[in-house]
Design a binder for this molecule. Structure first.
Ligand code: ATP
Ligand code: MG
Length: 310
């Protein structure tokens, strides 16, 4: 079992529109800057759940960057590999929701500090590491290079890889993304897609057929995130459908990253996949009750308290 978790990717601040159906086209009230970026939300939650963690990424030497760094430090994330870029601003995202549950993002990522950092060519100690890939990062060519460098180093060192396909059509127009994603999926030990990811990965397939397809790959454990329908956890031998908690959804963004951070942090600390799945399912439900993608991240105590009450 790995003893620590690392990730590589976009560190962003996010502004969340308060008005549904404004489509980021109309003037609306926004809250932010909320610390964000799928890898950042993930690693923050893994640290809060007691895992030893580190993130490789970049922020600008500005207020947004300071806010991000401070949050990650406060929550126990290793920030020694975050490059504070004196030349470029921190990356920014905007999100707005529609009444039918869809959402739209605008990302300011290219050319910001978020995609302009370098990872070490070697020297990372990865033998006992779980490298988590949030594949939303693969759509950006610079981030893709950084992720793939650490991926190759992890595989060469005998470390383990987890992948959340986390498909964001806005970030994934490049056809090379699919090649990289398929390679990662074929070599990862833990695969954590959402039902939306399945429809993007295998268009036209039923959920059952898509799961069979994933099962025939190399992953030891698959966790399927089903949004308000809960989750399904499976390995080669058993399968656990985990019922959803009934919560009032304020902001669904980040639930998947929070789920993955909880699930993997607990697995590497020796929890069974069923218990890790139940805790992750609760953490995901808690996360959607707060506005801001990382604001609903939670501690072990909060999750256990929620599980007792529900
Ligand atoms: P994102 O990519 O925005 O971070 P995702 O699509 O990867 O999210 P979801 O399936 O939306 O992931 O959410 C992850 C998990 O969080 C779900 O499997 C479920 O356990 C929990 N969850 C999410 N939304 C709700 C909800 N409305 N009610 C209860 N639980 C929820
Ligand atoms: Mg996701």
């Amino acid at each position: 079992m790995p003893t620590n978790i690392i990730t590589v990717g976009e560190l962003l601040v996010e502004f969340v529109s308060h008005t549904k159906d404004c489509a980021l086209e109309q003037i609306s009230k926004y809250s932010g800057p909320f610390p964000s970026g799928a890898p950042a939300i993930f690693i923050d939650q893994a640290a809060r759940l007691g895992a030893q963690t580190s993130i490789l990424g970049g922020v600008g030497a500005d207020g947004f960057g300071k806010a991000l760094l401070q949050r990650l430090k406060d929550d126990g994330v290793g920030v020694e590999h975050i490059f504070v870029d004196p030349e470029r601003p921190t990356g920014v995202a905007f999100v707005s929701y529609f009444n039918d549950g869809q959402r739209v993002f605008i990302f300011h990522l290219a050319g910001t500090a978020a995609d302009s950092f370098q990872v070490p060519a070697d020297g990372l100690q990865l033998h006992d590491t779980l490298f988590h890939i949030s594949a939303s990062s693969l759509g950006n060519p610079n981030l893709r290079n950084m992720v793939l460098k650490v991926f190759d180093q992890t595989i060469a060192a005998g470390g383990k890889v987890s992948c959340d396909p986390n498909i964001r059509p806005e970030l994934m127009r490049d056809t090379e993304v699919r090649v990289a994603l398929d390679d990662i999926i074929s070599k990862c030990t833990y695969l954590l897609p959402s039902t939306d990811d399945l429809t993007h990965l295998y268009p036209g397939m039923t959920e059952e057929a898509a799961i069979d397809r994933l099962k025939s790959g190399g992953a030891d454990i698959i966790a399927l995130k089903r949004g308000s329908k809960g989750a399904l956890i499976l390995d080669g031998k058993s399968e656990f459908a985990i019922a959803p908690h009934h919560v009032s959804e304020v902001d669904p963004t980040g639930a998947g990253d929070c789920f993955c951070g909880t699930f993997l942090a607990l697995l590497i600390q020796g929890y069974s996949m069923e218990t890790a799945g139940e805790y992750a399912n609760a953490a995901g439900a808690l996360s959607v009750t707060k506005r801001g993608p990382m604001e609903g991240n939670s501690s072990l105590e909060l999750i256990e308290d929620f599980l007792v009450r529900s």
